[in-house]
Design a protein around this ligand. Structure first.
Ligand SMILES: [Zn+2]
Ligand SMILES: [Zn+2]
Length: 305
């Protein structure tokens, strides 16, 4: 059994502006001893504080696009990390133009005791954090926008009975688990002799501020969890969704179904949607495994036992 799981929480679930009842859409992911934040609108750090998972420990910030409701909270968050005496670098990844935007926002947070390593990604680029693998693809919004896929690969099961039968000394077991060939006293053992078949890992996708597209379907192919915008609950708002380049609940549910996702978590609700739950059926009728998000809703993705 591998201990690597993903803990995921919705820091906020609103689009456009923070409301007294709803922070701006943002996701916090805990993997091993790392924290990854997806989007950072105004007030995100306040919601993070009440969550209690920590702010200082955020190592990687993924930005979907340079609209205020997704990035305006960044300088304040970095200042808070600085006040917590963070010294390790923070990586900030986003679409083309993001680095320039962060440089401008940093006018109000110029001196930090750590490096902010910004990188503009191109669709198709990949990144890695302590074993967590990321990739991105282009979304369809009014400005350059990226959607992300995060994956935790799963190692092959080690079969100790076989290792014992082959009289492989225990001190070599770990190397074999890492899929290395080992030798001792003139003997050799290969990983295939003591490891089970390849296993699929965990995967999740983060999709916001976009129309549904075939690229996004590919990005979210067979994910365990798709966190996706559903700006409008009612399908009557579909023309508005087309015009403003967002999605309705039903469109997000179609995306989840077409991608073969296991579960859909809706977020980024328009301020006009007072009670998103009221529209849940518009999604569940298309994709039953839909959960309408709410601030601080938390779930864990675990390898099946
Ligand atoms: Zn937005
Ligand atoms: Zn936007």
């Amino acid at each position: 059994m591998w201990a690597m799981v993903l803990d995921i929480t919705l820091v906020g679930t609103g689009g456009m502006m923070p409301l007294p009842t709803r922070w701006l859409s943002s996701v916090l992911i805990r993997y091993a001893d790392h924290l990854v934040l997806f989007d950072c609108g105004e007030g995100t750090q306040i919601s993070l504080r009440t969550l209690g998972w920590g702010i200082k420990g955020i190592d990687l910030i993924l930005i979907s696009h340079v609209h205020g409701d997704h990035i305006a909270g960044l300088p304040g968050l970095l200042l808070t990390q600085s006040n917590s005496a963070r010294t390790e670098p923070v990586d900030v990844l986003g679409p083309p133009g993001m680095t320039d935007a962060v440089d401008r926002l940093r006018v109000i947070a110029p001196y930090l005791p750590f490096d902010v390593r910004c990188r503009d990604l191109q669709p198709g680029d990949t990144f890695e954090l302590g074993g967590l693998r990321g990739s991105c693809t282009q979304a369809e919004h009014h400005v350059p926008c990226l959607a992300y896929r995060l994956e935790v690969p799963r190692g092959r099961a080690f079969l100790p009975d076989r290792a014992r039968r082959l009289a492989i000394p225990v001190e070599h077991w770990r190397a074999l688990q890492r899929e290395e060939i080992v030798t001792w006293d003139g003997h050799t053992a290969t990983p295939d002799e003591v490891l089970g078949p390849r296993r699929t890992g965990l995967a999740m996708a983060l999709v916001t501020d976009t129309r549904p597209t075939p690229d996004l379907e590919r990005l979210a192919r067979n994910v365990d969890l798709l966190i996706c915008e559903g700006t409008y609950g009612s399908s009557d708002d579909q023309p508005k969704a087309v015009e403003r380049k967002h999605m309705t609940f039903a469109e997000a549910a179609c995306l989840a179904r077409n991608a073969g996702a296991r579960k859909l978590l809706l977020t980024h609700f328009s301020p006009a949607v007072v009670d998103p739950l009221q529209y849940a059926q518009n999604a569940t009728i298309v994709f039953p495994e839909t959960v309408v998000g709410r601030d601080h809703l938390t779930l864990t993705l675990n390898f099946p036992t």
